[in-house]
Design a binder for this molecule. Sequence first.
Ligand SMILES: C[S@@+](CC[C@H](N)C(=O)[O-])C[C@H]1O[C@@H](n2cnc3c(N)ncnc32)[C@H](O)[C@@H]1O
Length: 247
Amino acid sequence: MAGDKGKRGSGKRGAGQGASFGTNTNAARTMRVRVKTARKRKNSSTKWLERQLNDPYVVQAKRDGYRSRAAYKLLEMDEKHKFFKKGMSIVDLGAAPGSWSQIAAKRVGSLSEKPLVVGIDYLDVEPIPGVTLIKMDFLDDEAPDALMAALGGKKPDFVMSDMAAPTTGHRQTDHIRTLHLCEVALDFALQNLNEGGDFLAKVFRGGAEQGLLDGLKKNFKKVHHIKPPASRKESPELYVLAKGFKG
Ligand SMILES: C[S@@+](CC[C@H](N)C(=O)[O-])C[C@H]1O[C@@H](n2cnc3c(N)ncnc32)[C@H](O)[C@@H]1O
């Protein structure tokens, strides 16, 4: 898997800190909001809006100053598996709108003068203190060098990827595209991670495919599949966490 440059590009775009959400969920739970249908709005948009307005994680993210509800997935996973440590350097793949980078910067104590966190996305991300942001497609051949240059050549201790390909509505296609992103992310991790480092990536239900799983098991001491409570039950998303890069 490592060194397989051909992987990059082939799936191209066609494709706060704090404890787990825990009891805060209750704090955020308010009266259910109903959204009336409007002539110019599609039914699916009305449903999406209603879901957002009634999602306690969305409400809590606003209160906690996180840019998205995805923050709680990372916080919940870290609470259980304790991957963040002060001073470590981190690569955040698929960083927009930025909640994982927000958390990472705080957890590792990254300062704007000497950032320890670098995030990449082809979408714009509003500046985050302590985070270097790169606007680029991670599948571009230049992306790995750009990420490593942003870390000043220092090897990352943790590579995390929340990248997801835009959904097509066709489950199998979505699964394959997101799996491809995960494979390229792992490829990057295998070539650049510090020995002992960790890798976290989003996959879809069914977990990692055998080839990917073999690559993870061969190169890391422990591999976990995680479905954090903040990940919607109806969503096929799942995360693989590989700890202890053998180098
Ligand atoms: C679920 S969002 C990430 C949310 C983020 N973890 C947060 O907490 O704010 C997935 C992101 O992956 C990005 N993405 C998908 N494919 C990408 C690629 N090839 N290169 C860079 N970013 C990509 C998308 O643009 C999107 O912003």
